[in-house]
Design a protein around this ligand. Sequence first.
Ligand code: 4AD
Ligand code: MG
Length: 477
Amino acid sequence: MPTSSISDILRQPKVGDTVTVKGWVRTFRSNRFIALNDGSCQGNLQAVVDFEAFPEALLKRVTTGASLSITGELVASQGAGQTVEIAVQKLEVLGDCPTDSYPLQPKRHSLEFLREIAHLRMRTNTFGAVMRVRHAAAFAVHQFFNDQGFFYLNTPIITASDAEGAGELFRVTTLPADGAPKKEDGTTDFSEDFFEKPTNLTVSGQLEGELGAMALGKIYTFGPTFRAENSNTTRHLSEFWMIEPEMAFFDLHDNMELAEAFCKHIIKYVLTNCQEDLAFLDQRLEQEEKSKPQDQRSGQGLIEKLQFVLDNPFVRCTYTEAIDILKDSKPNKKGQFKYPIEEWGADLQSEHERFLVEKHFKSPVILFDYPAKIKAFYMRLNEDGKTVRAMDVLFPGIGEIVGGSQREERYDVLVEKMQAVGIEPEHLEWYLDTRKFGTCVHSGFGLGFERMVQFVTGMGNIRDVIPFPRTPGNAEF
Ligand code: 4AD
Ligand code: MG
């Protein structure tokens, strides 16, 4: 008999059918009620055993975490909490689970503890919900771009360039760690290395994405990116997934419109398709909030917050306006910012972004037209000669979720900007070629996928929305 998924059974209970289900025991009460979960959904299927009809030795093996195959008839449930249950006719223990050493017991475990057993944590309600929502969000990404005529482009993971120019690179090499070949001047001789030059894991697929846009019109990437920045925060990973659309003939305004529509599509898709998991995560967050001091609570439930973002336009605000707001703000005047805002040109820290979004505008904000000095070399210089057509989308509780810009399409200006930050134009000749051969106005952005998953699940720490987080000092599993 084919195996039925518990999600299908609970969604459309066919009382009277005989089915086979396979899954893991969550609890076994009174030697009679097995709560079985197969990962397909939040809910468990209750299996009812007539213990007199089964050998005691077999029932002893039905422990939390054991995997079972159960065949039986679906019957209307007498008990509260479920409409249907399975009356067990055949019970097989597929894999035993010793109670004394299994770390997941039917009780609350802290997120910190679960991070240490990330190989098992997806079996909990919380991580099951997060991973199913993560899947739905990824599906929504592809759906959105496919519907809008974008092509999914796979850019390389091993590259010889630093797209962001921030130098936070993980080197890729096959040279021995000890005794790498040296040049006469004592530096490493990368001509002996696998690619015959220094290479690294990509920090962004953008530069190659631009090449795609200049041929296919509208493309997007969705892949892992790697940053060796030493940031131990709840918003940073060393390996994270990024979605980077790039569009020919789009200016900064078009780019902002697309970013807003894109964020809203993901949120809407999850709200529509993950109701059961969101309801669970909403409650989880409510519990967590209760343990915080009053002034640190968000005051909005998870689903309420998602609906609010859907229903309201994102505020657009220039960097210059934002600086004025921040300069005049209470926390700035009272010295409550760790980095006080004194003058135009200051880089915005997450405390400033969060003030603008959570206290001042009380809405997602798109900040644009940043000082050229604090942004990457490829951004389009404005006519004022000091700002660039950059944009960041800032979200409540998250801060920066999207970073993007209109790109500098003028060959001479781009070369000048590269030289100003010490990038050799010869090194990026292929990139400059697009500006030589049929250049055009174009734009794009990057959405940090885990930050979006954090937002839609309400999880406070980015390490809890990716199956196996990589952070400084941590590459377990
Ligand atoms: O702002 P970033 O660095 O922009 C770029 O990489 C551009 N090349 C994107 C583009 O225009 N195509 O990164 C984009 C987004 C950020 O807004 C943030 O959401 C996420 O990627 N991000 C991280 N997420 C998790 N951990 C990190 N260490 C991240 N660094 C950036
Ligand atoms: Mg950024």
